[in-house]
Ligand binder design. Structure first.
Ligand code: HEM
Length: 229
């Protein structure tokens, strides 16, 4: 669904739009089902939660459903494949396999380095000076997380991969009231998965052409041929 600018997997934008519509429709069925039969699962909560006596409408539920489907998997998958490439390119795979405890700080550094979510847009609610530019109320501002995460005024040697970097005030999970709801789960997933890969395959190597997805929203790897050793 996020690959609509890409040759794969949809092949053409119309197919991607159709997939999107299909996923929204599935969300509608999930809402109806969880309202009829609430279960102990993640979608039952937003389907049945009430704030001031109001529930999410079907459209609101469906948008939250799509948000979770994309936010909960594109990001962690792209972080993981991006982490494998970054660790290999910086010659750090074998060392980290010997010392996986470094992931305590290294996970944030890998997320900073990969910055899988490229941008979100905000609308200025008031006039403000930002980085020497005047932004007027109502202006649209695009926040490029990858650029912020390479800011030399914040990160020393920003293009390096320093697994013990601390503090690491990166913005890959956003900032403010919409800060990523899944950041802790994401870091847990990434460090658990990398620990397994590193300890099972300490001599993993990239063997073939690595290709990236064509997208202005998610930065990441589409094909990553590796040999597991
Ligand atoms: C490395 C992995 C991840 C990255 C880099 C990431 C990044 C982001 C970013 C940049 C935002 C927007 C923040 C803003 O607008 O200021 C966001 C929001 C969100 N993320 Fe993540 N995310 C990740 C993993 C996850 C996971 C695993 C989940 C859920 C299972 C998740 C759920 C959400 C939700 C629900 C929001 C919206 C929060 C709101 O609007 O209040 N994310 N994430």
């Amino acid at each position: 669904m996020i690959g609509f600018e890409d040759a794969e997997p949809a092949g053409d934008p119309a197919a991607a739009v159709a997939m999107f519509a299909e996923a929204v429709e599935y969300g509608r069925q999930v809402a109806a089902d969880r309202r009829k039969r609430p279960a102990d699962d993640v979608m039952s909560a937003p389907a049945n939660a009430e704030v001031d006596g109001e529930r999410l409408t079907d459209d609101e539920f469906c948008m939250f459903w799509i948000l979770l489907v994309i936010a909960g998997n594109e990001t962690t998958r792209k972080s993981l494949s991006g982490a494998v490439v970054a660790l290999q390119e910086h010659g750090l795979w074998k060392g980290l396999a010997r010392e996986p405890g470094l992931l305590a700080t290294g996970t944030d550094e890998l997320v900073r380095h990969v910055s899988p979510v490229m941008q979100f847009r905000r609308t200025a609610t008031r006039d403000v000076e930002l980085g020497g530019r005047h932004v007027r109320a109502g202006d649209k501002i695009v926040m490029w997380y990858g650029a912020a995460n390479r800011d030399p005024e914040v990160f020393s040697d920003p293009h390096s991969l320093d697994l013990s970097r601390e503090p690491n005030p990166h913005l890959a999970f956003g900032t403010g009231p919409h800060f990523c709801l899944g950041s802790r789960l994401a870091k847990l997933e990434i460090s658990a998965m990398l620990t397994e890969l590193l300890t099972r395959y300490p001599r993993l190597s990239i063997d073939g052409e690595v290709s990236r997805i064509t997208s202005t929203f998610i930065s990441g790897i589409e094909h990553l041929p590796v040999t597991l050793r």
